[in-house]
Design a protein around this ligand. Structure first.
Ligand code: PGA
Ligand code: ZN
Length: 409
């Protein structure tokens, strides 16, 4: 299972923005590809996504990252054993040599890291999730699904970014998805009946209507859940970093402190049945987060996305100082599979929930579904149930549930 050749390609993501695909060939003839996602509401502390900065694609091209795969990173791991993920990821990091992967690009590095894993699984003749799991106990995750979008994913119609549903029951994924589709459709029906125009879907496939307030969106979602007769909690991604400035959160034209933001959310939790809140406060507001966690950490999942950026040092700081109780896991925030698993395993050990997450710019690669199952994390956030870059993952989960997981255990 030696790595014989690595090449890369500039492809497009779900927003029509360039991203990378890498292909790994092994000595036994196995050939596997992986594609890299890309965020819009990114955290300041994420590993660097290398962009060309030239005229084509308004500076967003990734030709240099492609060259870095083919001329520098790929050659550095040639002849290595594809099953040695940790060794390969270490070599990739050393070849880059910077803490944030800014020399060769986290996008270039991640493309190789994932393609190697897929090639190794194929060569072993086992499902990707089984190969990735190692000693972990695989588990089919419960999806947190976007129904209404705001923030940077929907033209800043609302400040909050994601209004999601989180199924409460113990149904299989097939039944959960059926209920989620019902809520998505009921939400559209309610919006139409109140005169809101829906001309398409937002970046992650949810509806992006111009509602009057964030609370109206939460209330509408609760109404849709009840009308669709679904047993679901609500989850929010406040993504508050993106409306935080000079120590204040500007919500619906009013400046609020971290304590005031916390109070708003505290009232909504019982009123609307909220079970999970992501990035309630900004990425560097550690003090605000500590108070938030002390006040709400017993009643809901407090998920750090921009806060932790899938970075073990930031997660450790959170664990040590009583900040948050869950971590959003995005492979491209950190850039290798091994570091991603490092964060998931550390979270589990500390009693934090890990939520395996897609980006708002995605591809048809379903890698994330296998990662979620392999990690045993229990939760996945992919976006909505429309748009094929999202469905590639849901449909892969259905396949794993029905054809692979029962047989394997
Ligand atoms: P992003 O959004 O991929 O644009 O960062 C997803 C999220 O914030 O969870
Ligand atoms: Zn987020």
């Amino acid at each position: 299972m030696k790595i014989q050749q690595i090449r890369a390609l500039e492809i497009l993501d779900s927003r029509g923005k360039p991203t990378l695909q890498a292909e790994v060939r092994l000595s036994d003839g196995t050939r596997a590809v992986a594609q890299v996602p890309s965020g819009a509401s990114t955290g300041r502390h994420e590993a660097l996504e290398l962009r060309d900065g030239e005229a084509r694609y308004a500076g967003q091209g990734v030709r240099q990252a492609v060259r870095n795969v083919e001329e520098t990173l790929g050659p550095a791991v040639l002849q290595m054993n594809a099953a040695d993920q940790a060794g390969i990821d270490r070599r990739l990091r050393e070849t880059d040599g910077t803490p944030d992967k800014s020399r060769l690009g986290a996008n270039a590095i991640l493309a190789i890291s994932c393609a190697v894993a897929r090639a190794a699984a194929m060569s072993r003749g086992i499902p990707l999730w089984r190969h990735l799991a190692g000693d972990r106990t695989p588990l089919l995750p419960v999806p947190m699904v976007n129904i209404l979008s705001g923030g940077l994913h929907a033209g800043r119609n609302l400040e909050f970014q994601d209004f999601l549903v989180l199924p409460r029951g113990v149904d299989g994924l097939g039944d959960m998805l059926e209920a989620i589709v019902r809520v998505h459709a009921t939400t559209a029906k309610l919006l139409h009946s109140r005169g809101y125009t829906l001309t398409g879907v937002a970046d992650e496939g949810g509806w992006g209507p111009r509602l009057e307030s964030n609370e109206q969106a939460v209330a509408l979602l609760r109404e849709a859940i009840e009308e669709a007769n679904a047993d679901m909690d609500i989850a929010l991604d406040v993504a508050s970093t993106h409306f935080h400035e000079d120590g204040f959160y500007t919500l619906e034209g009013r400046k609020r402190t971290a304590a005031e933001m916390t109070s708003v959310l505290e009232e909504w939790i019982p009123r609307y049945g909220i079970a999970s809140i992501e990035d309630a406060l900004a990425e560097d507001d550690w003090e605000g987060w500590r108070t938030l966690t002390a006040r709400l950490g017993k009643s809901v999942a407090l998920v750090g996305d921009d806060l932790f950026v899938t970075n073990i040092d930031r997660l450790n700081r959170g664990i040590e100082t009583g900040v948050a109780n869950a971590v959003l896991v995005k492979m491209n925030q950190i850039g290798t599979l091994t570091e991603t698993f490092g964060v998931i395993d550390r979270a589990c050990e500390a009693g934090y929930t890990a939520v395996i997450s897609a980006r708002s710019g995605e591809t048809e690669d379903s890698f994330l579904a296998d990662l979620a199952v392999a990690s045993g994390a229990g939760r996945i956030k992919i976006g909505s149930i429309t748009r094929s870059e999202r469905l590639a993952k849901y449909n892969r989960l259905l396949e794993i549930e029905k054809w692979e997981l029962p047989k394997a255990d």
